[in-house]
Design a protein around this ligand. Structure first.
Ligand code: NAI
Ligand code: MG
Length: 331
């Protein structure tokens, strides 16, 4: 058995703490991995001024997967790491799917949730289209366009249909704002309707994003799989996290399903400077992200065992390492 080669980007704050526990859990499954650590994030930027040099990006491309913690320190200006590291990786490695699962038992918000959000990850308002005119004058203009290609939208929607088809409920909801965003929304709706013809066994629905926010709070059981654009996906996945067990359990995968670049698995949360170094961060989001990594690497059995162990210890409290120990002991 050849070991999977994993690039590890612990990052800042609680990032390295939760990633270390996630890697221990992966090793406990018996799946062979070989890890290489990359020093990327706010601390490196403050030390050297570098964010993600091109040669390191090319090195990352060659790995079987990348496991991340979180990047960000209070002293780094906004946008530096987002554009220079996270978005740069998404664009350069063509990580066109951002997949976020939400799974929780009954909680103070609802009777339990089990849905996934497929967020387009390389286009929309995050593509960086736009600019300033007459900057820093009273007549300043800023534009920020939304880029939607038929290819980019269609490959995202097709991925979402395939995912929905693999699940028991076989249902996919398109979330957008087609009534107001009549160009981008129209392209999304037409692509959705066209791809739906290839999946006659998958039920479909359409919700405006504002209505989806109400349903996610009041009745998230409506959802099986949601597909949406980059900006709407960013927002509704934070809401999804809030109604399903909290940020410490929200996992994500930035996928290149065509496998032309390494996919990147990371918790949704940030570096949590307020609790960094205290050993109290919940490692579950990182562990579930690692399970998504195992799944993508073809290690479905190990991935299922990790998910089951996380679910079996859902009420376990304690330090970062205690939660990790509890999950490993169930494995
Ligand atoms: P955050 O997610 O780091 O923290 C928000 C709140 O949730 C804090 O009270 C924190 O203590 C808590 N929290 C987060 N993860 C937790 C965990 N695993 N267990 C227990 N509690 C947890 O978001 P915030 O404060 O907005 O950002 C902090 C830094 O992280 C910033 O520099 C930001 O830019 C960066 N960030 C990085 C992300 C990434 O690397 N993908 C994503 C989001 C933020
Ligand atoms: Mg976000």
């Amino acid at each position: 058995m050849t070991a999977h080669r994993i690039a590890v980007v612990g990052g800042d704050g609680i990032g390295p703490e939760v990633v270390a526990v996630a890697l221990d859990v992966v090793r406990a499954t018996g799946v062979a991995i070989e890890t290489v650590e990359f020093d990327l994030g706010g601390a490196r930027y403050l030390r050297t001024g570098e964010v993600l040099p091109d040669d390191e990006l090319e090195e990352l491309r060659g790995f079987d997967a990348i496991l991340g913690g979180a990047v960000g320190t209070p002293d780094v200006p906004p946008g530096v790491l987002e554009r220079g590291l996270l978005l740069k990786m998404r664009f350069a490695l063509d990580l066109y799917i951002n997949l976020r699962p939400f799974l929780a038992g009954p909680n103070r918000h609802n009777d339990g949730v089990d849905f996934l959000v497929v967020r387009e990850n390389t286009e929309g308002t995050y593509a960086g289209e736009g600019g300033f005119l007459r900057k820093d004058t009273a007549h300043e203009i800023a534009t920020q366009g939304s880029v939607n290609t038929r290819m980019g939208v269609e490959r995202c929607i097709r991925y979402a249909f395939e995912l929905a088809q693999s699940r028991d409920r076989r249902h996919l909801t398109l979330v957008h704002k087609t009534n107001v965003l009549t160009f981008a929304g129209d392209l999304w709706q037409r692509a959705f309707d066209a791809v739906a013809l290839e999946f006659p066994d998958v039920g479909t629905a359409y919700h405006h994003v504002d209505a989806a926010c109400i349903y996610l709070v009041e009745d998230p059981s409506r959802y099986d799989v949601i597909v949406t654009d980059n900006l709407f996906g960013d927002i509704i996945t934070d809401l999804g996290g809030a109604v399903s067990g909290g940020i410490g359990r929200a996992a994500s995968a930035n996928l290149n399903p065509a496998r032309t670049g390494a996919s990147f698995f990371e918790p949704v949360h940030g570096s949590a400077p307020d609790i960094a170094g205290k050993g109290i961060a919940d490692p579950r989001a990182a562990i579930i992200s690692a399970a998504m990594m195992l799944e993508f690497l073809g290690e479905s059995d190990a991935a299922a065992r990790v998910r089951k162990a996380v679910n079996a210890t859902t009420d376990t409290t304690g330090s970062t390492s205690q939660i990790g120990d509890a999950i490993r002991s169930v494995l």
